[in-house]
Design a protein around this ligand. Structure first.
Ligand code: AMP
Ligand code: MG
Length: 407
């Protein structure tokens, strides 16, 4: 049996990166930016108006007010996309819409509300003075040419999509999605929707894996529930080893008489890097590789396999796709956390912010068969081995579930 830290190091040494591909921006949500995205022009690209109003010279309207309007000659319109080509002389004004180029010669914008309004009259009354630069968005005030807009490793959300689009990019470079094979094992498993006979249980791990793989942004190429017999396992795994970047199984890797997953993997040429990790839940975790394929055998108890996926498999999928940030935060316990003397301990938990601190507490349901412990949880709490229980006020590692919210 090896420690969690050793096991993570072994896995890190086996992770490889998928090839890069260029994909349409509109289908890029959830992927990871694989190359820095830089600005090929400044933003704003040119001085433009922040308001619908009149572009004027501040010196022409000193002292203007509702009671003492100043008349300016109305010489044209600068609209977004249709700049006014002439420059502005003394005593002149130009109708300038939001986003439109500031005409040469103008140095401030008077809101249309502070004028006699937009029209084609020869003269316009200005009801307010203004300082130079007011309501003008300056070229490059947000971004300079060649600035890095988005760093490699960023998760693509509406923000990244919007910024790429606003700089004219219709494609982004990302890593390809890893191809995943998932399977559950167990003669006792029945798919939800059918009736249960004595001793049977519903298969819940595969539906959980399906959701997690999809959320992580990878492709499921094979999925199945397999009986505990070597032949069926052999057939599925043989196929999966030639088609998948990562294979993830649940069940059949412990010491039971019918736990054949590991044997079959080894028969098929998978090199075992470790089996059994000093952790609870999920001790009989198996990890191996065959050529490029990474193989994770997670134990079957629903909490073991769910937590095992988030802690062990999720980061691997995300790293292969280019993510480079650690998910772990430090929280402060509000309730005791029973750590283990010689094992890493993981529990579903709840984290929230109070008085600017990240507080957290473990779920009260501690059994690895108690899947409802995940329901009210937004994180997984974990502690390395040590004597005694962690107390309220002690700090603990918090792994927010990727969709978990701090409320
Ligand atoms: P195993 O790791 O195969 O010994 O399974 C441990 C426990 O988890 C047993 O009680 C199994 O019935 C249960 N189990 C295994 N696979 C699943 C699954 N796909 N869905 C729900 N429970 C499972
Ligand atoms: Mg089993």
């Amino acid at each position: 049996m090896i420690s969690v830290e050793e096991a993570k190091q072994i896995i890190d040494g086996k992770i490889w990166m998928k090839d890069l591909e260029s994909i349409d921006l509109e289908h890029s949500s959830g992927r990871i930016i694989a190359q820095d995205v830089t600005a090929s022009f400044p933003s704003p690209r040119f001085d433009n108006s922040a308001m619908d109003g009149y572009a004027v010279r501040a010196n022409d309207i000193i002292g203007a007010s509702k009671d003492a309007p100043i008349l300016l000659k109305n010489i044209g319109v600068s609209a977004a996309g249709q700049p006014f080509e002439r420059s502005l002389g003394t005593g002149e004004c130009i109708q300038c819409m939001t986003g439109a180029r500031i005409p040469i010669g103008a140095d401030t914008i008077i809101m249309v509300e502070d004028s006699s309004g937009f029209n084609d009259d020869e003269y316009v009354s200005i009801y307010s003075s203004s300082s130079k630069g007011k309501h003008i968005r300056r070229i490059g005030e947000e971004i300079k040419t060649n600035d890095i807009l988005i760093e490699k490793g960023a998760n693509i959300t509406a923000s990244e999509i919007g910024v790429c689009a606003s700089f004219g990019y219709d494609k982004v470079i990302v890593s390809e999605r890893p191809t995943i094979g998932i399977f559950g094992t167990g003669n006792e498993l029945v798919d939800p929707g059918s009736d249960l006979k004595e001793g049977q249980v519903y298969n819940s791990n595969l539906p959980v894996f399906i959701d997690l793989v999809q959320k992580a942004g990878a492709n499921i190429s094979m999925k199945d529930v397999i009986k505990d017999d070597k032949g069926s396992l052999h057939t599925f795994l043989n196929d999966a080893l030639s088609n998948c970047d990562i294979i993830i199984s649940s069940g059949g890797v412990s010491m039971g008489r019918y736990d054949h997953v590991r044997d079959v993997m080894i028969d098929l040429g998978v090199e075992q890097h470790f089996w059994r990790v000093a952790q609870k839940p999920g001790k009989p975790l198996f990890f191996g590789t065959k050529e490029n394929t990474l193989v994770f055998g997670l134990p079957g108890n629903p909490v073991s396999s769910y937590i095992g996926f988030i802690e062990w498999v999720w980061p691997v999928i995300r790293k292969m796709m280019g993510e480079n940030k650690s998910p772990y935060l430090n929280g402060v316990l509000e309730e005791p956390f029973q750590r283990e003397k010689a094992k890493y301990r993981y529990l579903f938990g709840k984290a929230w912010i109070e008085d600017n601190k990240l507080l957290c507490k473990p779920s009260g349901k501690m059994g690895s068969h108690m899947l409802t412990s995940s329901l009210d949880s937004n994180c997984i709490l974990s502690s390395g081995p040590g004597p005694g229980t962690l107390r309220p006020g002690d700090s603990i590692q918090v792994n927010m579930l990727p969709w978990g919210k701090l409320r």
